[in-house]
Design a protein around this ligand. Structure first.
Ligand code: NAD
Length: 267
């Protein structure tokens, strides 16, 4: 049995992850963590997730939650994830990181942690989005320089980071495929007399509202034709299912940094 601890246990993703662990074969909830002062501390993690008691009380101590766990699934906030990753490295526990919005310095911490623990780090854990990642690389390479690329993403009004980690990953993939540096060509803002679009730039636009789970479209806009690759998430479960699958996959893997393409065998 693979024993899984979950941080952000009372959050939107944490609750679905706990529920899906209880439904998965060969996995069980071994620990659940929330931030200190949270009003759900001490309550049963399964009860809070809405799937019935699992016999694991939510604690504010990650070390305590990891005592009997093989792997941690973390969908929290960047600064929290970084601290949690360092604890996993110290204790030699595997970690699945779903948190988005990490800056370069924080990503470097994850890479360093992956030198002492197996880590899956993926901005989007859905099978469909990961297939899109693969298709985008081929599309960008095949269409080449003649197409302007714009990425538009839509999310709910509670999302904290913009653009989404998935949109950034999509931008990085198409930039890499075209030998461009994403950080140099990403254009997040157009306003006023900002001039003509450059051929190299990748436009990144965000829409926030209501309860949209997540929608991403990459436009390849040529002369007289346009290709749009869209992924629409209808519920959070496919992300949570991907995270649970990643935890099961990671349990017997050697130290290293992996992504969902590795988990899904898409490389
Ligand atoms: P949320 O705000 O509902 O949940 C975050 C939870 O983390 C909260 O319950 C919060 O109390 C808890 N938390 C804060 N500090 C903590 C600490 N020190 N220890 C333990 N828990 C702590 O947010 P959400 O919608 O569940 O999203 C969480 C993250 O997951 C975001 O970064 C989001 O973008 C990302 N996300 C990733 C994917 C993916 O596939 N990779 C999919 C959806 C969301």
């Amino acid at each position: 049995m693979i024993k899984v601890a979950v941080t952000g246990a009372a959050g939107r993703m944490g609750g679905r992850i706990i529920t899906l662990i209880t439904e998965a074969e060969g996995l069980e909830v071994a620990g659940a963590v929330e931030m200190s002062g949270h009003d759900r501390l001490g309550e049963d993690a399964g009860y809070i997730a809405g799937c019935g008691n699992v016999g694991v009380a939510i604690t504010a101590s990650l070390e305590e939650a990891l005592t009997n766990a093989d792997v941690l699934i973390d969908f929290t906030w960047p600064e929290v994830t970084i601290g949690n990753a360092e604890v996993c490295a110290r204790l030699g526990k595997a970690m699945v990181v779903g948190t988005t919005g990490l800056n370069q310095e924080q990503r470097d911490v994850i890479s360093r942690v992956a030198e002492s623990s197996p880590v899956v780090f993926a901005p989007n854990m859905s099978v469909g989005v990961n297939v899109c990642f693969k298709l985008l690389k081929d599309m960008a390479k095949t269409l080449g320089e003649g197409f302007d690329i714009e990425i538009v993403e839509l999310h709910h009004n509670k999302k904290k980071d913009s653009p989404s980690g998935t949109a950034v990953r999509m931008g990085e993939i198409v930039a890499d495929a075209l030998d461009r540096d994403y950080n140099e060509v990403a254009n997040y803002h157009r306003e006023g007399m900002c001039g003509e679009r450059s051929q190299e730039e990748i436009g990144m636009q965000t829409v926030r509202g209501g309860d949209i789970v997540g929608e991403h479209t990459v436009y390849f806009i040529g002369m007289g034709e346009r290709i749009e690759l869209t992924h629409r998430a209808m519920s959070r479960d496919m992300f949570a299912r991907g995270a649970v699958r990643a935890a099961g996959w990671l349990a017997d893997k050697p130290v290293g940094l992996y992504d969902m393409q590795d988990v899904l065998g898409l490389k």
